[in-house]
Design a protein around this ligand. Structure first.
Ligand SMILES: Nc1ncnc2c1ncn2[C@@H]1O[C@H](COP(=O)(O)OP(=O)(O)OP(=O)(O)O)[C@@H](O)[C@H]1O
Length: 357
């Protein structure tokens, strides 16, 4: 996509000059909160939404001028979109029929696609006779039957319950690996994106905020906005007390000191407001003697099997979530320590407040 914009109404851009490229064999997850433009990007790619400006290319061929069916994409959506009166087999054959593939070949290709998603024995059933997960597998078989170069998926798992979602997620990954597919996948679920994608693209208000491998984005989110999507559940404001030349920063967190490391390019001045992002698993209770510690009180303890998920509140009133194997109880006084490298400090965003979730 070259500088693609899409405006549904005057002055509001769902996509704002978005540049996005996809290499053969990549599994790219488009990630971001509701309303950031993920579905619009996919719909523009598919030809289901017109572009307001910009262009889309496959290699040297311009394709945004082609109708949907000529773009050669397989598509899978959140709501399965199966024809209720057609058998599973006929549903999968449908795309091939539209492409005028002869009857015998149609049947053979549809059967192969159903085998791939392990639904062969259900081929004569109607969609309503299948579970949600099975219906979504039919939709995937239908997308794969046309032998697409690129598969576009828009939240294909979000209508399924938790266990089915994980099962089908693995299935999608297997198909991707076995068939050497190229996939553009829309999701708002970071775990889904991290487990499936070879590259993440985080959108914010119709623009690209960050792209990188799951590991890069997870360890080094470029902004507090991205961090919020990558499991950094502790996101709060603090004041820069003393910025050091090596990038470490002494912060004032409502009256207590916290040592962090600056992640933005912008240099900080003493007194500047900053955003801080910390993952719950990076916070420990009663760390080594002498480590910087935040005095806090345990508020809520949730049992999560091996670990406890704990909500604490610092003496200055800041809520900090953590995970621990140590038994603690509500009301207990604790000292929290966090390795300074895992206290990510971002300069306050300038003027980008649209699309934050
Ligand atoms: N058909 C439409 N008409 C008008 N505005 C629309 C339409 N579809 C989307 N929008 C607006 O465009 C923006 C981007 O929407 P889009 O559906 O692409 O976001 P998204 O990131 O996919 O969100 P979600 O995760 O909720 O589906 C939003 O502000 C939305 O309200």
């Amino acid at each position: 996509m070259r500088s693609v914009s899409r405006a549904y109404a005057k002055d509001t851009l769902a996509l704002a000059e978005l540049d996005l490229s996809l290499e053969r064999g990549e599994f790219v997850a488009l990630l971001g909160p509701s309303g950031c433009g993920k579905s619009t990007a996919l719909a523009c790619m598919a030809g289901l939404q017109p572009l307001t400006s910009g262009s889309i290319w496959r290699d040297d061929q311009r394709i945004d001028t082609l109708p949907t069916e000529k773009r050669g994409f397989g598509m899978v959506f959140q709501n399965y979109a199966l024809f209720p009166h057609m058998s599973v087999q006929k549903n999968v054959e449908f795309g091939l029929k539209m492409r005028k593939v002869a009857k015998a070949e149609r049947a053979a290709r549809a059967s192969r696609a159903l085998e791939l998603v392990q639904l062969s024995e259900h081929s004569s059933k109607l969609p309503a006779q299948l579970s949600g997960g099975q219906q979504q597998r039919v939709a995937i078989a239908r997308a794969l039957a046309i032998d697409p170069e690129i598969v576009l998926m828009d939240e294909p798992l979000s209508n399924l319950d938790a266990s089915l979602r994980i099962e089908l997620r693995t299935e999608i990954k297997r198909l991707y690996q076995e068939r050497g597919l190229t996939v553009l996948y829309v999701t708002h679920d970071q775990e889904e994106a991290l487990s499936l994608a070879t590259r993440l693209v985080v959108l914010r208000a119709g623009r690209l905020e960050q792209t990188g491998t799951p590991e890069e984005v997870y360890t080094n989110p470029a902004s507090a906005y991205v961090a919020g999507f990558m499991g950094y559940r502790n996101l709060f404001e603090a004041v820069c007390e003393f910025p050091r030349a090596d990038g470490s920063v002494v912060l004032d967190l409502q009256g207590q000191k916290l040592l962090g490391s600056l992640r933005s390019d912008t240099a900080l001045r003493p007194g500047a407001k900053v955003k801080v992002a910390i993952r719950p698993e990076d916070v420990t209770i009663d760390g080594a003697p002498g480590s910087t510690g935040l005095l806090a009180t345990v508020e809520v303890v949730e049992y999560h099997g091996r670990e406890l998920a704990v909500r604490t509140r610092t003496d200055g009133g800041v809520v900090i979530h953590l995970r621990t194997e140590k038994p603690v109880a509500a009301g207990e006084r604790v000292r929290l320590s966090i390795v300074p490298e895992r206290v990510l400090v971002f300069a306050e965003d300038e003027g980008r407040n649209n699309g934050d979730g």
